[in-house]
Each structure stands twice: as structure tokens, then as C-alpha cells.
Ligand binder design. Structure first.
Ligand code: ZN
Length: 414
């Protein structure tokens, strides 16, 4: 877990941290609005022209931006427009799950350039597993471009500060695996990791359904039930990186025993394996949630009842979450959301009927727009944000010098 120092005085945030936050605001604005002029950037972000000049200079010092003259002349002056330097380098985002390793190659603006997936089953041999992860990353890297950093999303629990996978359930021999140290050493670049649901929350916040939302709760409904809570633009972790473990909130006090040692956790009632086990117990032939949905559509009452129970449990969990956290938006992702098309609308209606009226009045419950890319794209976002936190530390070390020197800026200026 995190090293927690004895602290008796509330800690302030130093200028570099505030600056990194503002840089990420500027990067996000450029990503969404490029090509964009400096004055448009100031308007869009609410930062002063002087701050924008300072931050654009800083990004340019690291060769991250390209300037091109605008075709529109503005009272005699032709403003220059800023875009990301696509040739500056690549960021790799990886999801390691119980069924596969998926990687996305992106530019510094978070634009997906390539995608690669390989089957993977965690076994007793951690070294073999690490080999698959390294292989997928090596295969997606564009050797013509500098590699800026790698982000990884893995099943929790994790220690994101130390970059350690602690001991995910059903994950073979993976116990206290120093994943980021291993990948950093192998590829010679900085690497960061987070719990897969928190990574997906970050992905939806920066590139998906929750763009522009400061308070977002992401819930993934698949083999497990995970969640990530973004409060004020940051992932809220809690004291032990377990904040937002909605899958282990008690929904049924006398319910089935959960892996965590408690009874009646949400995950024991609505995870995909729990739903399919219930379907088998009741004699249905459905092999997956999509087939169960089809049976319900065809009028099978048992299938309809199973779905109705799942909605009852899920809506209770969401009502609790709304009353605990008061998020502006809840983004639902994972296999169940993709298999049951009416899921988000059904839950929205049920939740609005049950939480505090004034709280739930404007809450938006929506489906993930990143789908199966959410974790890997979130891992890209995590890497980019960490690079922004320490541009000089992460981008100017010899290990991350471009393999091929970028000529884009010189070309753009000539
Ligand atoms: Zn549990």
C-alpha cells in the first residue's frame, strides 16, 4: 500500500503540481479543439494569456506542439494555430485482464493510432505472463517514433504509487508483482499502473462519455464489479486505494458468501459469472448475458425474472452510490452493458425513483462510449498525465530521446 508519512499538518500543493494540473487542462483543450490559436486557448480554458504563453512555451520546449499559420487573417495579423506534434512520440496504454492483453498506441493528444489484442490467461508463472505483456507492447510500438511512456490497467488491488500488482483474485501466481519497474527496465521509459476500473474511469473522463465532468463515477459490470470515482478531476483512492469498491458493498445481508469474506456483496449477485450461474441453476440454456437477453426478449419468464432481479440489486447499489458521492454522471461499462441494450435507461428510471429527489434530478446515467477500449485508453491518459506532471523528468532523459529525430516543427516553420 502507499507509504503514508506521519503528518500532523495539512499539506499544501506546490506550484509544480498546480502547474501540471493547468498543463493538463491546456493539453485537453488542444486535444479537443486543435488546430487552435493561443487566444482561443485562453478563452476556452479560462487561463490568462500570460499563463497560456508560458505553458505553450513549455510544451514547445519539449517539441510537443506544431505551429501552422492560420488561413484566416485577423486584422492584418495571421494568428498561428497549435496542434500536437504527431511525430514527437507515442504513448502506449495496456489492459491486462483475465482473458487477454490489449494495447493501444496513441499520440500525445490521446488519439488512437493502433490497437492490438492477444489472448492471455494468468498462470502460476508470473514471468511467462510478463513475457506476454512485453511482447504485446513490443509489437505495437512504432519503431520510427520515440516512446514517451507506458500506462497499464490491471485487476486490483494495486499500489499505484509503487506500481505493484498486489494480489488480484483468480490471477494465477501474481502476488506483489512490481510491474511498472519490470516494464520500465525493459523498455527504458517511465511506466505507471492503476486498477482497471480506475483506469477506465480516467479514460471515460478524458476521452469518453464523461468528458467535461468533474465528478464522475464509473462502474464496470463484467466478471467482477469494479468502480472508479473521479472527484474534482482526480481519481479518488481513499486511504488504501480501495475507494469506490462498489462491487463489495452489501446489498443482501444474508446473501451468498463473497471472496472478500463478506456476504451478499453486489458482485456475488450481478457479476456476469453470478448471473450465468443463476441461469444454469434455473435450467436455462443461455451461455452468456447476450443469449439470456435474447431468451427474455422471446418471452422466457425465467430469463425475464433473472434480469429483473439484477436490475433490482443494481439500482439499490446505484442509489447508495448516488447518496454517498453525489456524482454528476454515472458511466456504466463492461460486458453486461454491451449485452443488455436497455440496461442504462432501465437503471436511470429506477434510480431516479429512489434517491433523494433533488440529488437524482439531474444525474445522468449513461453507457460507456469507449467500450472495450476504456481501460487501455485510460492507461494512455494516466501515462500522459504523469508525463505532464514532470515534463523535464520524463521527457529529457537519454532513454526517451526520439529514435528518429522529429522534423515536423522545422518543416512547419519553413
Ligand atoms: Zn465482497
Amino acid at each position: 500500500m502507499n507509504q503514508r508519512k506521519e503528518r500532523t499538518i495539512r499539506q499544501g500543493r506546490n506550484l509544480p503540481e498546480v502547474r501540471a494540473d493547468n498543463l493538463s487542462v491546456v493539453v485537453e483543450a488542444i486535444q479537443k479543439l486543435q488546430p487552435i490559436s493561443r487566444s482561443e486557448l485562453a478563452d476556452a480554458t479560462g487561463l490568462t494569456a500570460a499563463s497560456i504563453t508560458h505553458m505553450v512555451n513549455e510544451l514547445e520546449a519539449f517539441n510537443l506542439l506544431v505551429e501552422t499559420p492560420s488561413s484566416v487573417r485577423n486584422i492584418g495579423r495571421r494568428p498561428t494555430l497549435l496542434t500536437f506534434n504527431q511525430n514527437r512520440g507515442q504513448v502506449i496504454g495496456v489492459e491486462v485482464s483475465r482473458s487477454g492483453v490489449q494495447a493501444i498506441r496513441s499520440d500525445f493528444g490521446g488519439r488512437t493510432l493502433a490497437r492490438l489484442e492477444r489472448p492471455f490467461q494468468p498462470s502460476a508463472s508470473v514471468e511467462k505472463g510478463l513475457g506476454v505483456v512485453r511482447e504485446v507492447i513490443a509489437d505495437i510500438i512504432d519503431v520510427q517514433l520515440s516512446l514517451l511512456g507506458i500506462g497499464v490497467g490491471v485487476p486490483g488491488p494495486v499500489d499505484s504509487t509503487a506500481g505493484v500488482v498486489i494480489e488480484p483474485p483468480n490471477f494465477g501466481g501474481w502476488r506483489n508483482v512490481a510491474l511498472t519497474a519490470s516494464l520500465s527496465e525493459h523498455f527504458g521509459v517511465p511506466c505507471w499502473l492503476d486498477d482497471d476500473a480506475k483506469a477506465a474511469a480516467f479514460g471515460e473522463r478524458w476521452y469518453g462519455a464523461g468528458r467535461n465532468e468533474e465528478t464522475l463515477l464509473y462502474i464496470s459490470l463484467r466478471s467482477g464489479v469494479g468502480a472508479g470515482l473521479i472527484l474534482g478531476d482526480r481519481v479518488y483512492r481513499g486511504a488504501h486505494e480501495l475507494a469506490g469498491e462498489i462491487g463489495h458493498t452489501t446489498i443482501h445481508v444474508d446473501g451468498p458468501l463473497c471472496e472478500c469474506g463478506n456476504r451478499g456483496c453486489l458482485e456475488t449477485l450481478v457479476s456476469v459469472p453470478a448471473i450465468m450461474q443463476e441461469a444454469r441453476r434455473l435450467g436455462l440454456s443461455a451461455q452468456n448475458p447476450a443469449e439470456l437477453h435474447q431468451l427474455a426478449l422471446e418471452g422466457n419468464l425465467v430469463a425475464q425474472n433473472i434480469k429483473e432481479r439484477v436490475y433490482l440489486y443494481l439500482s439499490a447499489a446505484l442509489v447508495n452510490a448516488v447518496n454517498h458521492y453525489d456524482p454528476a454522471v454515472i458511466v456504466l461499462g463492461g460486458q453486461l452493458v454491451r449485452s443488455w441494450p436497455e440496461l442504462t435507461d432501465t437503471l436511470a428510471v429506477k434510480v431516479k425513483g429512489r434517491s433523494f429527489g433533488y440529488l437524482s434530478k439531474d444525474i445522468r446515467i449513461i453507457a460507456s462510449t469507449l467500450g472495450t477500449d476504456a481501460v487501455a485508453l485510460g492507461a494512455v491518459a494516466i501515462a500522459i498525465h504523469n508525463i505532464l506532471r514532470d515534463l523535464s523528468g520524463t521527457l529529457s532523459t537519454p532513454a526517451v530521446e526520439p529514435l528518429v529525430v522529429s522534423t515536423a516543427v522545422a518543416q512547419a516553420q519553413s
